[in-house]
Write a protein that binds this ligand. Structure first.
Ligand SMILES: *[C@@H]1O[C@H](CO)[C@@H](O)[C@H](O)[C@H]1NC(C)=O
Ligand SMILES: *[C@@H]1O[C@H](CO)[C@@H](O)[C@H](O)[C@H]1NC(C)=O
Ligand SMILES: *[C@@H]1O[C@H](CO)[C@@H](O)[C@H](O)[C@H]1NC(C)=O
Ligand SMILES: *[C@@H]1O[C@H](CO)[C@@H](O)[C@H](O)[C@H]1NC(C)=O
Ligand SMILES: *[C@@H]1O[C@H](CO)[C@@H](O)[C@H](O)[C@H]1NC(C)=O
Ligand SMILES: [Zn+2]
Length: 319
């Protein structure tokens, strides 16, 4: 009964697991259902042309002056973490979406933040981020998932609407550091993993301990990549405005290692540690990744270029 309840709760809060096609049994760890099979076993969207994650080729990133700073509401509030759940595929922290909101950053409106979850490899020396940058894969990736306010907190409503801007996901790379106890909040977060070892386990003891900001400490929130993509798990709906922050969060190796050594996959037959729960990178196709305009890597704005032209012309004239 409890398991059933938790399963329903997980299905509700974690739409990427049981969304449009609930019959699909997908996985990360078995040849019959790992991500190379998803275009076949969840063909409705997983074989689309705007899939995630991607490899970000920095030399091809285009400048976009509209990518302003974010307004992240209640990221400093320690009363927003409702529960921590082993979804069978990831560790999901459900959030108070009436408090936490994301806006700005060229997003088309206000987004209510539902949950965050993680992707990892096999210990801090075996990488497991989903996005890569110039081929570099980080040890872990944190995804903060928000849904446009017009869907009143319902991710399934946003997916049903087939709205390419229905969801906004903020992606943060996690990098290992030899510094001990970095950071206290990651110590607290990962200390709950032993309580949610099995698929379907959850606890709400996590209230009033951690803020979202403390988990992404040190990252410059004004420097990010932007592109249009999908959920990275079946049914892979192309409904996500992706934001991938350039700077990684630095977390002690010990805390990173707790994920791949504690939490079990959903698996009816055996106990299998959850490792390498990431999807491999997908073709970019005709999409363009954009980022903030910088002097070094992007075209100057028209006003800057006309100033430069005037300066050039006048110096030529003087020559
Ligand atoms: C996934 O399964 C296929 C066989 O279907 C296998 O060739 C491949 O190595 C597996 N990949 C991963 C990442 O497990
Ligand atoms: C940020 O969002 C909050 C809550 O939605 C709002 O009250 C505030 O005015 C916004 N701040 C800015 C600078 O836009
Ligand atoms: C993960 O690493 C452990 C320890 O190095 C190793 O025993 C295990 O086989 C690895 N698992 C996978 C799936 O590679
Ligand atoms: C790390 O944290 C543990 C437990 O909170 C504490 O016992 C230990 O002294 C800390 N180590 C350092 C170097 O701060
Ligand atoms: C949570 O935040 C409240 C209000 O800011 C503060 O009084 C309390 O000490 C915080 N709790 C922890 C565990 O940091
Ligand atoms: Zn994810």
């Amino acid at each position: 009964m409890i398991v059933l309840l938790v399963t329903c709760l997980v299905a509700f809060l974690w739409p990427t697991v049981h969304s449009a096609d609930a019959s699909v049994e997908w996985c990360y760890h078995k040849p019959a259902c790992n991500f190379t099979t998803w275009p076949k076993i969840a063909s409705q969207y997983c074989n689309g042309i705007k899939q995630s994650p991607i490899n970000i080729v920095t030399a091809s990133v285009q400048g976009n002056p509209s990518l302003t700073s974010f307004n992240l509401t209640a990221f400093d509030d320690n009363s927003t973490f409702l529960s921590i759940v082993n979804s069978g595929d990831s560790v999901v922290v459900t959030l108070d979406d009436e408090k936490i909101k994301v806006q700005g950053g060229d997003l088309p409106g206000v987004y209510n933040t539902k949950q965050f979850h993680l992707h990892w490899g096999n210990g801090s020396s075996s990488s497991g981020s989903e996005h890569t940058v110039d081929g570099k894969q980080y040890p872990m990736e944190l995804h903060i998932v928000s849904v446009h306010s017009k869907y009143h907190g319902s991710v399934s409503a946003a997916l049903a609407a087939k709205d390419s801007t229905g969801l906004a996901v903020l992606g943060f790379f996690i990098e290992g550091t030899n510094e001990v106890n970095k950071t206290k909040s990651w110590d607290i977060l990962t200390s709950y993993l032993t309580e949610i070892r099995n698929s379907g386990d959850q606890t709400s003891d996590i209230m009033n301990q951690i803020t979202l900001n403390s988990l992404i400490e040190g990252v410059d929130r004004t420097k990010y990549y932007r592109y249009q993509g999908s959920l990275t798990t079946p049914s892979c709906n192309e409904a996500v405005i992706w934001t991938v922050f350039k700077e990684p969060v630095k977390v002690s190796h010990d805390f990173i290692n707790r994920f791949s050594t504690t939490v079990l996959f959903k698996d009816a037959s055996t106990s299998v540690l959850n490792t390498n729960n990431f999807r491999g990178v997908q073709p970019l196709n005709s999409r363009v990744v954009t980022s903030q305009v910088t002097v070094a890597s992007a075209a100057p704005s028209s006003s800057t270029s006309s100033v430069i032209t005037v300066l050039l012309l006048s110096s030529l004239y003087w020559l």
